[in-house]
Write a protein that binds this ligand. Structure first.
Ligand SMILES: [Mg+2]
Length: 166
């Protein structure tokens, strides 16, 4: 499945209360261009406050990043105080299964939020979790990101047409 269950502009459009009411206890989150622009090593206060609000609603935030740099996902997640898997290999579902097993959650109570259709949303669909699509924080800096975004466009448009509110 290349369409998501829900879409919004950013993670801040995701209401922790609404997620909790859907029965979500584990929120897997892409790192680059979802939680943070590329190259920004630590979470902003706004991201920290959002993670705290998730926690207050009984939802564990868990960083699932394809970033191959050994320190990047670790530094960011440690600063945020949340578990993580780096070099996750999305859209293969194995890192999703590993995170769910680690946290003792099944697919029914798990969601993924990410900015990319062909990694985050496809991987989440394969793993059977709820899929939440956001816009990339920043496309500038790498021409490949514009090409990828163009390839994703039909699936973003379809998601916008079909998606329901959280
Ligand atoms: Mg990303």
């Amino acid at each position: 499945m290349l369409t998501a269950h829900w879409t919004g502009k950013s993670i801040f459009d995701i209401s922790p209360q609404a997620l909790a009411q859907r029965g979500i206890h584990l929120l897997l989150a892409d790192l680059d261009n979802t939680l943070s622009p590329y190259g920004v090593p630590e979470p902003t206060q706004q991201v920290q406050a959002w993670a705290k609000a998730l926690e207050a609603n009984g939802i564990t935030l868990f960083v699932l990043s394809n970033n191959r740099h050994p320190e990047r996902p670790k530094r960011f997640s440690t600063a945020l105080g949340v578990p993580f898997i780096g070099h996750a290999g999305k859209p293969k579902p194995h890192s999703f299964y590993k995170a769910m097993e680690q946290m003792g959650c099944g697919p029914q109570e798990t969601a993924i939020v990410g900015d990319q259709i062909f990694t985050d949303i496809l991987g989440g669909s394969r793993a059977g979790v709820t899929t939440l699509l956001v816009e990339p924080i920043q496309l500038a800096g790498n021409p490949g990101r514009y090409l990828r975004y163009a390839a994703e466009w039909p699936f973003r448009a379809l998601t916008k047409r079909r998606a329901k509110p959280l």
